[in-house]
Design a protein around this ligand. Structure first.
Ligand code: UT7
Length: 329
């Protein structure tokens, strides 16, 4: 009987178009200096008109399948985390299935837990696999946030970017390796902290919703910042405690890439130096559910992750959702 769910391969996709802070300063009243000082972000990738979320997801997934030395025919579960689906229905996961030629016997669905989405998807996929229903799962975080940004609102449009990351999960009979555990939760206290209010059944698309710019991301940045710092540290500490580990046993922390100041505060809280954190937000901005799998894929491909090491993944997002996961390579 297989005893571990392991990551067999990773992949990511960043659209080719790069928009720098200087480019944005020509569009809204902002500056490179403000964005770098407050967030650490220098540039982000922005997808083109013919690059929907499913396209970014399919490219990342295809790279992950190749990295796992498998083919699309081997995949029997697709869990895709996104807040920016191609359309409300059908799921973006089904579009990825179609694009990659994944078997019609595969279970394919989307999951929305905002920026914590990838960790939620990882836990759902590994639980389904542990129940014995699936052999190879594709877990994807993919976003085209640029379609949902108000390019007149400097408080949000400078923060986000587009991209996708994916992992292929498989089973191994090596206890103590792979996904050691996940810890997930949500504080659904105040949707107005971070939301896209329009387009759902509460505020369906109408002339009024368009006029009031309800189809764009709205955020109370300062409040989210304070909650983020608290829940990231809580999620990190909780999972370490659950597994009897201390922070210094973690080789890499791979945090959600929202703001360098949030990551620095987490580093202080865990008493770890910042060089134990995988950080790429300077080049991507916040790609929501794609941020952790992109960072993970970049780190693996750069040879920064080695067998036997333990990585701590930790995220927060709209909802407010939060979560952490431990992986032994
Ligand atoms: O995945 C979850 C996504 N959300 C987050 O991670 C957000 C977490 N929050 C943050 O990262 C930070 O709160 C922000 C980066 C969003 C904002 O940083 P802050 O230090 O909290 O700034 P602030 O919102 O308190 O705004 C400070 C000033 C304001 O001007 P006044 O009122 O002091 O005159 C803003 O109007 O900065 C102004 N401001 C800007 N100035 C130049 C806001 N956005 C900009 C901008 N360029 N892009």
């Amino acid at each position: 009987m297989p005893s571990s769910i392991v990551i067999l391969g990773t992949g990511s996709c960043a659209p080719t178009k790069i928009v720098s802070n200087h480019d944005l300063a020509k569009v809204v009243d902002t500056s490179d200096e403000w964005i770098v000082t407050r967030t650490g972000i220098r540039e982000r990738h922005i997808a083109g008109q013919h690059e929907p979320t499913s396209e970014l997801a399919a490219r990342a997934a295809s790279a992950a399948i190749a990295d796992a030395r498998l083919t699309a025919a081997d995949i029997d579960l697709v869990v895709l985390a996104t807040v920016t689906p191609d359309m409300p229905m059908p799921s973006t996961a089904c579009a990825v299935q179609r694009k990659l030629g994944i078997s019609e016997r595969a279970m394919c669905f989307d999951l929305n837990a905002a920026c914590t989405g990838f960790l939620y998807a990882l836990d759902v996929a590994r639980s389904l696999m542990a129940a014995g229903h699936h052999r190879h799962a594709l877990v994807i975080g993919a976003e085209k946030l640029s379609s949902f940004l108000d390019w007149q609102d400097r408080s949000t449009c400078v923060l986000f970017g587009d991209g996708a990351g994916a992992v292929v999960l498989g089973q191994a009979s090596e206890p103590g390796r792979g996904i050691l555990g996940c810890y997930l939760g949500a504080e659904g206290v105040d949707p107005s902290l971070l939301c896209i209010p329009g387009g759902g059944c509460l505020h369906p698309a109408s002339a009024h919703s368009v006029e009031h710019r309800q189809h764009y991301v709205k955020m109370k940045g300062r409040e989210i910042f304070k909650m983020a710092v608290r829940v990231m540290a809580g999620a990190a500490r909780e999972i370490l405690e659950q597994h009897g580990l201390t922070a210094d046993q973690i080789t890499w922390v791979i945090p959600h890439q929202a703001n360098l100041r949030i990551i620095e505060t987490l580093a202080k809280d865990l008493a770890l130096p910042l060089d134990r954190f995988i950080i790429n937000l300077d080049r991507y901005g916040n790609t929501s559910s794609a941020s952790i799998p992109i960072a993970l894929d970049e780190a693996r491909r750069a040879g920064r992750i080695h067998p036997g090491e333990i990585s701590l993944l930790v995220a927060f997002g709209g909802g407010l959702t939060y979560g952490s996961a431990l992986i032994r390579w």
